[in-house]
Write a protein that binds this ligand. Structure first.
Ligand SMILES: Cc1ncc(COP(=O)(O)O)c(C=O)c1O
Length: 408
């Protein structure tokens, strides 16, 4: 059931599940990492409390660890619409992307090309630039329309050819919120036989995800952006993973997806990921049926809640003559990026934190190519205020009051 104005998102009930939100701060820094609900804290603590062993042993504590890994793969697969045998778990998206980049580039050489975007976080740019350079492959760039913040999908017709081995693109910009036409870009890439690597780290928190519908061969996400612990995951078709051979220990598992995972997993944190997915699935109490179905319903309600608040946030910022906002994409997440005349982004963030107890982020936020294209990186880039499902109208009002105070 989609979000219904008559039965608005019960943000007060949601906020009550987050102990950290009681500290009096407005947490508008969710794009850099969210708080975790009590259920996630409990799942992690309970894992240690019950006793935990390494995987593969004959005793119950070991078997619990194996069960947690399997359940974590199922939960992330439900969240993304993928297959649990295609969920690779790791410490974060950056580490996993480097790992996959090394493995995929092993087959590249001179004459091969990859296509990257200037909209992307550097974690979906630099690993590919570096492995392409080593392989002698060429990097081609998709550019952002800086007046709107859009990544025009039409340009990919001219960038992708039968030489293209991979297209890396974000499902949402972590600063402008722009949601490019990933499905259209992926269709162009796949028609040319290229793989598509989608950065879903920012996007996943803000609405339903369907990796098959997106046409993503790989989709990366990080649980700490959606109320979970610091764990990253990449989903891919298990049959595709089966064709990729990462460096690994002789003694470690050879099967997919474990072949891509190095060392011993943080089992308690993986239990926390499961609890985070359950938390997301329950955000809309009207959601019913399977966990996947409940996730789709709940995340649609989350998206509507965030965008409704965001309309007020953006209108408020745009009404202030001393504020410049960046990005006007038709489809975007509830993420504002702005500068304030006469104040550096660092000064704005410090003012908001110290005088208003409002947490925002400032700087390039690793949107390295984008902040350069916007012409703001050298001056400290901008301030980012982003909404997630636990933000409310009071958070928005406090941000706007704090920024208004900086006029003149
Ligand atoms: C869009 C996007 N991609 C990638 C990353 C990197 O994620 P991780 O910290 O899991 O390596 C981030 C982190 O902020 C991000 O926002």
């Amino acid at each position: 059931m989609p979000f219904d104005e008559a039965a608005p998102f019960d943000v007060a009930a949601v906020r009550a599940r987050y102990p950290a939100l009681a500290d009096g701060y407005a947490y508008l820094d969710g794009a850099a990492g969210t708080q975790v609900p009590e259920s996630v804290i409990a799942a992690i603590a309970d894992t240690y409390r019950r006793g935990i062993g390494n995987v593969g042993g004959a005793f119950p504590a070991s078997q619990r660890a194996g069960g947690i890994v399997a359940e974590c793969r199922r939960a992330v697969a439900d969240l993304l619409g993928g297959h649990s045998d295609g969920i690779v778990l790791g410490p974060n998206m950056t580490t996993l992307t480097y790992r996959l980049a090394y493995a995929l580039a092993a087959g590249w050489g001179a004459g091969d090309e990859i296509v990257l975007s200037r909209l992307d976080h550097d974690a979906n740019v630099r690993p590919w630039v570096q492995v392409a350079a080593r392989a002698g492959a060429t990097v081609r760039w998709a550019d952002v329309d800086v007046s709107t913040g859009e990544l025009p999908a039409g340009q990919y017709d001219g960038l992708v050819s039968d030489r293209t081995r991979l297209v890396a693109v974000t499902a949402a910009s972590n600063v402008l919120g722009t949601r490019p036409d990933v499905a259209g870009i992926a269709a162009t890439a796949r028609a040319a036989g290229a793989l598509v690597y989608v950065d879903g780290v920012h996007a996943t928190a803000h609405g339903p995800v369907d990796v098959v519908g997106l046409g993503a061969d790989f989709y990366a996400t990080s649980a700490y952006k959606w109320s979970g612990p610091h764990i990253g995951a990449v989903v891919a078709d298990p049959a595709l993973l089966d064709r990729v051979r990462p460096d690994k220990l002789a003694s470690s598992p050879d099967e997919v997806p474990a072949r891509f995972e190095t060392g011993t997993a943080p089992f308690a944190d993986l239990a926390g990921v499961v609890a985070a997915v359950e938390h997301l699935a329950a955000l809309d109490p009207a959601a019913t049926d399977t966990r996947r179905a409940r996730l789709l319903t709940s995340m649609a309600s989350v998206e509507a809640h965030e965008l409704r608040l965001f309309a007020g946030l953006l209108a408020g910022l745009d009404a202030m003559p001393h504020v410049t906002t960046y990005g006007r994409a038709a489809r975007r997440t509830a993420t504002a990026y702005f500068t304030v005349a006469g104040h550096t982004p660092a000064e704005v963030a410090a003012h908001l934190a110290h005088r208003h107890r409002v947490n925002v982020w400032h700087g390039h936020n690793y949107a390295w190519e984008l902040t350069e294209a916007l012409g703001i990186r050298a001056a400290g880039s901008a301030v980012r205020a982003g909404l997630v499902h636990y933000n409310d109208a009071a958070d928005v009002d406090r941000l706007l009051a704090g920024v208004a105070e900086l006029a003149g």
